[in-house]
Design a protein around this ligand. Structure first.
Ligand code: PLP
Length: 358
């Protein structure tokens, strides 16, 4: 590919055995992508190189002021050996939206997609064969000027890491308990909630830790001003089924515009469901629950695709959803999207992109 240098490793690593428990994000493939930006020069030196450490000055901007953005996507291995990506341009377009918010220079979306195809194909043997396992893809950009002044960097590093990851649910789709967070907030309108940036995660860990210690797997964030409107969950957008209607918070600048969320809305509308994006209060969800009308709750994100919620705890109120079982809409949505992602059905949307073959 023009403008991309490839330096292959001379020491390929041993790949995880078939059926090995991979977990998430701790095993990395043989190669990674790197590219640099310098003011006046633009993005340059795009290259695929052996995976390994990078060196930074201890004064590097990212280390002090968190000037960083990232993405999360996956490569899938179809049963017939096709290597597939899911809506990859969407991820790089969103990376540019995050970049704009963080004063990071824009990337060329086509170049990012094309170079990613080269990288994934080079390391395609690392895409796990186990059903529901995949190759997690982590693009990122960091500010890398060695200077302590609070100002956007004049140089940056773009990197893409690949990490074979296990099935999110080892024993099938399991509904999770969620804690409605009333003390801490994740984002406010005008902040960085809509950007995929490390700082949002750094500030969310404390609440996550408290929720874990109480036996909850994630927190549901409320809006930062009135603490009554529902935002999202950890690294997932949230959906409610109330009396047959599917509801999800509107994109108000404080939540991430999930690609799974967007795909889910389309898939459900095409099936004939009414899907409404609007502000939703936690009180209205509690009222629906009391009226026996809260049918299903689920989160959506690349990692899990769908995460059914079995319990919502809001203050003293505990809402048990659908007897702790997966509801029919969650199950339909999960199957429809994963069938497209793993190439088990013909994709009517053109979302699944074939980039190679085993
Ligand atoms: C990545 C992310 C999501 C999910 O986005 P997808 O594109 O569906 O993976 C939702 N919320 C937050 C905060 C995220 O970082």
């Amino acid at each position: 590919m023009k403008g991309l240098t490839i330096i292959k490793t001379e020491h390929p690593k041993e790949k995880p055995a078939k059926g090995a428990k991979l977990g998430f994000g701790s095993v990395f493939t043989d190669h990674m992508m790197l590219m640099e930006y310098d003011e006046g020069k633009g993005w340059h030196d795009a290259r695929i190189v052996p995976f390994g450490p990078i060196t930074l000055s201890p004064a590097s901007t990212v280390l002090h002021y968190a000037q960083e953005t990232f993405e999360g996507m996956k490569a899938y291995r179809a049963e017939d050996g096709r290597v597939l990506l899911f809506r990859p341009e969407e991820n790089f377009k969103r990376l540019n939206i995050s970049n704009e918010r963080l004063c990071i220079p824009q990337l060329d979306v086509d170049f990012c997609v094309e170079s990613l195809k080269e990288l994934v194909n080079l390391d395609k043997e690392w895409i796990p064969e186990d059903p529901a396992a995949s190759l997690y893809i982590r693009p990122m950009v960091i500010g890398n000027e060695p200077k302590l002044g609070v100002k956007e960097a004049s140089s940056y590093i773009y990197a893409v890491l690949l990490s074979p990851s296990g099935a999110y649910y080892e024993s099938g789709l399991k509904p999770v308990p969620i804690y409605v967070e009333e003390e801490y907030v994740r984002a406010v309108r005008g902040g960085t909630g809509f950007a995929k940036t490390g700082g949002n995660y750094a500030s969310s860990m404390r609440a996550q830790e408290v929720a874990h210690s109480k036996g909850y797997s994630q927190v549901l964030w409320l809006d930062g001003v009135e603490r009554k409107y529902i935002g999202e969950v950890g690294a997932m957008n949230i959906f409610f089924v109330v009396d047959g209607e599917v509801l999800t918070p509107e994109l108000d600048g404080s939540i991430l515009s999930g690609i799974t969320r967007k795909s889910m809305i389309q898939v459900l509308r095409d099936k004939g469901y009414t899907v409404t994006e609007r502000p939703i209060t936690i009180q209205e969800i509690a009222d629906a629950y009391d009226a026996g009308k809260l049918n299903e709750v689920f989160g959506t994100g690349t990692a899990a695709v769908i995460s059914p919620v079995g319990e919502l705890k809001w203050g003293d109120k505990v809402m048990k959803i659908n007897n702790g079982e997966i509801g029919p809409i969650s199950a339909y949505a999960y199957k429809t999207l994963t069938d497209i992602q793993w190439g088990r059905v013909k994709d009517p949307y053109g979302w699944s992109v074939e980039i190679g073959h085993m």
